[in-house]
Design a protein around this ligand. Structure first.
Ligand code: CP
Ligand code: NVA
Length: 306
């Protein structure tokens, strides 16, 4: 089988994406019933390169590999040769000789693509400045579990046109739902990513209009990792875009709220939003484990029926 990478949601076909979501739900239900007895990756290893901080992504990948009978290696640039300037293509070739897959969280998406081009084992994007596709697997899984399907429905992104927003746009393409993006002037998603999605994705400026009759609302921090020095300016520029319970009241009665986390209460969300029953962020975070198990299994073993 040719090496498959997962750098964006567009690396898999629509059919494969739907398979992954259903497979993740099956894996989750099996874990609930029998515990982590399914161990298809005995003695396999996943290298995890983290150039940015992480809680959910690291713990979910590491736990996924442990449950599957394999092993995950945490690699930080601080204590590998990557931090001392060893070329990424050299690192990719070396790791390809030893591990079965590589997961990378880094800044530059073109840098990740360069790594993948030199890797003969699957490479997974665990967040770049441009995309966060693993999070969208968990998000679409959560939406599917709770509402039975996403095709034809309407999601609303409120906030920065950032890596998460770009992956929501790609998810709208792959899973065939509508996406309204409500962002301030100057914080729009990348034009090429937006245009490729066609008219299923629109930009609106008024949050009240954007959420009206929507099925799902989501947001993210106003300053992402690497943008810490812009925090004060962004807080000013994003005024009026806080997601509150009252804003959610304008959406459908059974609307859901998602947030990739970590969240900043009192900034992009109200102090109490995560306590609202419409907020399903803990289930969403937990689903990172199951969605990534389905992804790793697919990349290393192909489709598993049943
Ligand atoms: N949502 C997410 O990717 O969280 P971490 O940064 O904690 O991995
Ligand atoms: N947009 C955020 C997502 C964190 C999971 C960031 O890149 O920091």
């Amino acid at each position: 089988m040719a090496t498959r990478h997962f750098l964006t949601l567009l690396d898999l076909s629509q059919d494969e994406m739907r398979y992954l979501i259903q497979r993740a739900i099956t894996i989750k239900n099996e874990l609930k019933v029998q515990g982590p007895l399914y161990a298809p990756l005995r003695n396999r290893t996943l290298a995890m390169i983290f150039e940015k901080s992480s809680t959910r992504t690291r713990v979910s990948f590491e736990t996924a590999m442990a449950h599957f009978g394999g092993h995950a290696l945490f690699l930080s640039p601080r204590d590998t040769q990557l931090g001392r300037g060893e070329p990424i293509a050299d690192t990719a070739r070396v790791l390809s000789e030893m591990v079965d897959a590589v997961m990378i969280r880094t800044f530059s998406h073109p840098g990740l693509e360069a790594y993948a081009a030199a890797s003969s084992v699957p490479v997974i994007n665990a967040l770049t400045d441009d995309y966060h596709p693993c999070q969208l697997l968990a998000d679409v899984m959560t939406w599917t579990e709770l509402r039975g399907g996403v095709a034809g429905r309407t999601a609303v992104w409120i906030g920065d046109g950032n890596n998460m927003c770009h992956s929501w746009i790609n998810a709208a393409r792959q899973f065939d739902f509508h996406l309204r993006i409500c962002c301030p002037e100057g914080y729009e998603p990348r034009q090429d990513i937006l245009e490729a999605a066609g008219d299923r994705v629109v930009i609106l400026r008024d949050p009240a209009e954007a959420v009206t009759d929507a099925d799902l609302i989501t947001t993210d921090v106003w300053a992402s990792m690497g943008q810490e020095e812009e925090q004060a300016k962004r807080e000013a520029d994003f005024t009026g875009l806080q997601v509150t319970e009252a804003l959610l009241d304008r959406a459908k009665a059974d609307a859901l709220f998602l947030h990739c986390l970590p969240a900043h209460r009192g900034e992009e969300i109200s102090e109490t939003l995560l306590d609202d029953p419409r907020a399903v962020v803990w289930q969403e975070a937990g689903n990172r484990l199951h969605a990534q198990k389905a992804l790793i299994e697919f990349l290393l073993l192909g489709r598993v029926e049943g």
